[in-house]
Design a protein around this ligand. Sequence first.
Ligand code: TYM
Length: 340
Amino acid sequence: APRVLSGIQPTADSFHLGNYLGALRQWVSMQDSHEAFYCVVDLHAITIEHDPAVLRRRSKVAVAQLLAMGVDPERATVFVQSQVPEHAELAWVLSCLTGFGEAGRMTQFKDKSAKQGQSNTTVGLFTYPILQAADILLYSPEPGDGERVLRVPVGEDQRQHLELTRTLANRFNHRFGDTFVPPEAFIPEGAAKITDLQEPTAKMSKSASSPQGIVDVLEEPGPMRKKIMRAVTDTGTEVLYDEENKAGVTNLLRIFSALEGTSIPDLEKRYAGSGYGQFKKDLAQVLLDTFTPIRERTLKLLDDEAELDRLLALGAERAGKVAARTMDTVRERVGFVGRG
Ligand code: TYM
C-alpha cells in the first residue's frame, strides 16, 4: 500500500475546525487505503515559548482527539515526535543540505518572525520546515516496501513546506544515492483554507485568531452555536458563494459543504431567499452533530491515561522501527562511521 504521513502541533488545548477540515478528516479516511503514520509534533511546538507541563498535557489531549475522530491506533501508527529521536537527527543532516536563503524564503517563517520581532525569534523557528521535511522523509518507503508513494494530507498553508521537502529529497538523492521518495502534498479542494469567523479574509489560526474567530473541536455546544450565529457575514441577505465580495458567507458555505457533503450550488439553492439566520442555525447544527461525539469520546479516552500511554508506546515503537531503518541508510550514505 502507498504510505501516508502527516503531523500536527500540540499548541492549543483543542484542535480547530480548520485543522479538522484541512487535514485531520483526511487522516481518518486515508488510513483505509494507506499504510499510515500520524505524528503529534511536540518538537515543533517548542519553537515558540511554552510551558512544559502544558505541552505534555496537550500532546496527550492531541492524541486522544485523533483517536476520537476515528484514527485507529491498530491500523495507523500514531505517535509523538519526541519519542522517536531520529526526527531530530535527520533534521540536522537535512539542515546541512538547505541553503540559508532557501530557508529564509519560507513565508510561514517570515510571517511568524515578523509578528514576534527579531529578538523573540529562535533559530528553531527558522529551521522548523527542515524538521518537518525530516518528519516526512523518515517514512519514505524503501525499495521492497511495495508502492513507493508517500502522501501528506495538509492544508494550503503547508504547500511551500512540502515543496521544500521534495527539493531536499531530490537533493539528497542526487548527492548520496536514491534514498527518499519525494512526497506528494494531498490538499483537499474547498476546505484547504478555512478562514477566521470574525475576519473571513484571514486564515483560522491557533496563534493569530481571536477566540470568537475559531471553532474548537472540543468546544461546548452552547458557545459553538453562538460563534456560528455571530460569524461575520455582510450587509446583504443572499447565501451566495463569492470569495471577493462575500468572504464570510463563502467560508461558511465551504464549511457546510465539507461537513454535510452537499455541493455549494445545492446549498445556495436550499437557502435561496431564506436569509442568513436559518443558514447559520442549520450550519451550527451540522457542526454540533459532527463534534459532539468527538468531544465526548475524547473526554472518555482521557479518563484512561494508562491506556493512552500504552497506545503511545505502541505507536512510538512501530514508528521507531521504520525511522531507525531509514536513519541507518542515511548514516551509511552520508559517510558516518556508525556503531557497527
Ligand atoms: P499545524 O499544527 O499548524 O496544523 C495542522 C494541520 O491543519 C492545517 N490547517 C488548516 N487547514 C485549513 N484551514 C485552516 N485554517 C487551517 N489551519 C491549519 C494545516 O495545514 C496542517 O495540515 N507544520 C505543520 C505540522 C507538521 C507537519 C509535519 C505536517 C510538522 N511536521 C509533517 C505534515 C507533515 C503545522 O504547522 O501544522
